[in-house]
Write a protein that binds this ligand. Structure first.
Ligand SMILES: O=C(O)C1=C[C@@H](OP(=O)(O)O)[C@@H](O)[C@H](O)C1
Ligand SMILES: C=C(OP(=O)(O)O)C(=O)O
Length: 466
């Protein structure tokens, strides 16, 4: 299980020579992969995971769970399928790691693990790369301290951090001050080892993979509307579980990651002549905000063959290039597409008219300040864009963006700031635009989509890796 801090990998991107064509699969869902490894490591028995994302972020989580005492191996079955096998620590509990846990670039890894460790009677040290060490951890250390853990962080609540877990954790009721599935998950995971009922109230629904997968591992998780008189679908939720809870090993099949599918999907919408099918993409309704938004923009996008695999709804996305119109995305949709805004912003640059993407404050605390880095990406490539409070306003140029005219998008130098999604968005912009784009570093794509460049080349992108 190898992880690395890769050296910078610059890339010069020119327009795709022809349409992007083919049938592909994207790698396993990153959110589900982290959770599968963590929950399997806590469970009693052996869990087999297929479709696990083998990206840097998830490999860091696998290493951390190994350091905490789980037995983890990667095997290839007779049919050539990769299967990860995890024998969990079960009732004897997690062991105190001898070394610092390095979560690399991963906010999900660091925050979910903080929750797991908070209510176990062990002490741990956690760190990450320069990007992760700049991200706020108070959003988890505040509720987890209420549950009895103690944390020593750098100033500003940043990693590196020491966690003094408690064997005597206190169940709490916590109302999320930010719409964050990571914070919700951290509190629920700490609650697994506290006597009594742990409750998370979320005014705005966020991805529910923790709730779904805890149930899969045998933990009853209750979900009710926050306002009992309101319909559950579009209002807040009250999520609760009773501890101490035991997890029982259950095999997991990880669906394709909709957040990764977003990049070939938007590229195919924008590169003239494209016709692409992306198979077996996860369609959890709390992750499909981008599909809703692209449909509103008039995208030629069809979801086919919807079915359930491994307990999650999946489908095949069929997309063809075509004109897009501007869109106004409500703030309430942000959690269902939070990681897709940089690439949506690229789509908006090529759409006709002015788009407004609302309520993007959370983008400021991702791998980079994604509001600032998305603005910089577009401005460097000749797109008129501004922020108004937490809204992003993009003046699209329509189909002229890809023509070799004065209006063509591209020609910029892009700094990706240790942010995989910025790097992939810049590549999409370069493939669709009329002028070459110089990207300083694409190495962080390894965190979530290691085969991205080769997959795009299979479709005809013609990316030349130096
Ligand atoms: O719970 C998760 O797996 C994630 C939640 C989101 O973060 P927040 O909880 O900070 O919104 C998302 O941006 C991240 O990529 C994955
Ligand atoms: C925000 C992201 O991940 P994380 O918070 O896990 O670093 C992402 O993948 O876009």
């Amino acid at each position: 299980m190898k992880t690395s801090s890769p050296a910078a990998r610059p890339l010069h991107v020119v327009a795709a020579p022809a349409g992007l064509k083919g049938r592909v699969r994207v790698p396993g869902d990153k959110s589900i992969s982290h959770r599968a490894l963590m929950f399997a490591a806590l469970a009693e028995g052996r869990t087999q995971i297929t479709g696990l994302l083998e990206g840097e972020d998830v490999l860091r989580t696998a290493q951390a769970m190994q350091a905490l005492g789980a037995e983890i191996s990667r095997n290839v079955d007779g049919a050539g399928k990769v299967v990860w096998s995890v024998t969990g620590c079960g009732p004897q509990g997690l062991q105190e790691p001898a070394r610092v846990l390095d979560m690399g670039n991963s906010g999900t890894g660091a925050r979910l693990l903080s929750g797991l460790l908070a209510t176990r009677p062990i002490n741990t040290l956690m760190t990450g790369d320069d990007s992760l060490c700049a991200r706020p951890m108070q959003r988890v250390t505040v509720p987890l301290s209420d549950m009895g853990a103690r944390f020593v962080t750098r100033s500003g609540g940043r990693l590196p951090m020491a966690v003094e877990g408690t064997g005597n954790g206190k169940a709490i009721t916590y109302r999320l001050p930010v719409a964050s599935a990571q914070v919700k998950s951290a509190v629920l995971l700490a609650g697994l080892n506290c006597a009594g009922e742990t409750v998370v109230e979320e005014p705005v629904p966020t991805r529910d993979h923790t709730e779904n997968m805890l149930r899969h591992f045998g933990v009853p998780v209750r979900v009710e509307p926050l306002e009992p008189s309101a319909p559950q679908a579009d209002t807040g939720k009250r999520i609760s579980l009773s501890g101490p809870a035991r997890l029982t090993a259950r095999d997991v099949t990880v669906p394709g990651d909709p957040s990764s599918a977003a990049f070939p999907l938007v590229a195919a919408l924008l590169v003239p002549g494209s016709d692409l099918v992306i198979e077996t993409v996860g369609l959890n309704p709390l992750r499909t905000g981008l599909l809703t938004t692209l449909a509103e923009m008039g995208a030629a996008l069809e979801i086919r063959n919807i079915r359930t695999e491994g307990g999650e709804q999946v489908g095949d996305l069929h997309v063809r290039a075509g004109p897009l119109k501007a869109v106004d995305v409500p703030a309430a949709r942000a959690p269902a597409m939070i990681d897709e805004y940089p690439v949506l912003a690229v789509a908006c640059a090529f759409a006709a008219g002015t788009s407004r993407l609302r309520g993007l404050g959370e983008l400021r605390v991702k791998e980079s300040d994604r509001l600032a880095s998305t603005v910089a990406l577009l401005q460097a490539n000749g797109v008129e864009v501004e922020t108004e409070g937490d809204d992003l306003v993009i003046h699209g140029v329509g189909a002229r963006g890809s023509a070799t005219t004065g209006a063509a998008i591209g020609g910029g130098q892009v700094r990706t700031r240790m942010d995989h999604r910025l790097a992939m968005s810049a590549i999409v912009l370069g493939l669709a635009g009329g002028k070459p784009v110089a990207i300083d570093d694409t190495s962080f794509i390894e965190t979530s989509f290691p085969a991205f460049i080769s997959l795009m080349n299979e479709l005809g992108a013609g990316l030349q890796v130096p």
